[in-house]
Design a protein around this ligand. Structure first.
Ligand SMILES: NC(=O)c1ccc[n+]([C@@H]2O[C@H](COP(=O)([O-])OP(=O)(O)OC[C@H]3O[C@@H](n4cnc5c(N)ncnc54)[C@H](OP(=O)(O)O)[C@@H]3O)[C@@H](O)[C@H]2O)c1
Length: 223
């Protein structure tokens, strides 16, 4: 949870939603300072207060996305692909020198069980192109079902492929993966996010076909 002596602050933009909230709660319970970001500051505060009451502690605070990104050391983007660009544009002024963890899957409803490559080939690559070299975009968590994150006391049966071009930023995110109860695997440069993002429609297809809620991935052959 710390970087040297400092407790890191994580902002989860779209943290009121299914995937972001599951991760935010796990990080908060592991000692990180966690801010829930939303388009609506009141919605974020209400979400944080309700969750704190359920968890019986002051774990989360809620703010507008922009303020959350300004304060945080690490920013996690957890919004639907349709809101990917606009959300980044709204916070880009506050991201310089930071790590942006992008878990967006560029789904194309209604065909969410078929791989769709966006114009920039991957949401993570589009984020990096938009934000420029001053921001370390790391792609992760696309294959983790929100369903599996719900109970923060359980380990999640899924590995997390972590892709990015900055080695130090990648190892920071692998620590976040572990803090959320999963194994993080260095899966190469950000260009490899194309593969990680593309696995999610495959998993959604498997969920439907085998009538399960949260299939995941495991990398074999590692210690
Ligand atoms: N759900 C999963 O199992 C899963 C698994 C892996 C990856 N992902 C990826 O994680 C991201 C979030 O997924 P999710 O299931 O958590 O999504 P979600 O619950 O539908 O939405 C997350 C949050 O995004 C914000 N949002 C929604 N529509 C928006 C819009 N048009 N403009 C700006 N913000 C908007 C909302 O927050 P506010 O209203 O508070 O602003 C919402 O609570 C997606 O990119 C998804 O592909 C999801």
């Amino acid at each position: 949870m710390t970087d040297g002596a400092m407790v890191l602050t994580i902002a989860v933009l779209g943290g009121t939603g299914k995937e972001g909230s599951g991760l935010a709660i796990r990080w908060a319970l592991n000692g990180y300072k966690v801010i829930i970001g939303s388009r609506d500051a009141t919605k974020a505060s209400e979400f944080a207060n309700t969750t704190n009451a359920e968890l019986n502690g002051e774990y989360l605070v809620g703010m507008a996305n922009e303020e959350a990104a300004r304060i945080a050391d690490i920013v996690v983007l957890s919004v639907p692909y349709t809101a990917h660009r606009s959300t980044l544009e709204g916070v880009r002024a506050h991201l310089h020198g930071k790590v942006l963890v992008d878990l967006t899957v560029p789904l194309q409803p209604p065909a969410v069980r078929t791989v769709h490559l966006p114009e920039g080939k991957a949401a993570g690559l589009e984020a990096q192109a938009l934000l420029g070299d001053g921001v370390n975009v790391i792609s992760a968590f696309q294959n983790v079902s929100a369903e599996k994150l719900k109970d923060p006391t359980t380990q999640v049966d899924c590995d997390v492929l972590v892709c990015g071009d900055n080695v130090e930023a990648k190892s920071q995110v692998i620590k976040l993966v572990e803090a959320a109860g999963m194994r993080g695997i260095d899966a190469g440069p950000l260009a490899n996010a194309v593969a990680a993002e593309s696995l999610t429609p495959v998993l959604l297809y498997i969920n439907k076909t085998y009538k399960v809620k949260g299939s995941g991935i495991r990398i074999t052959g590692l210690e």
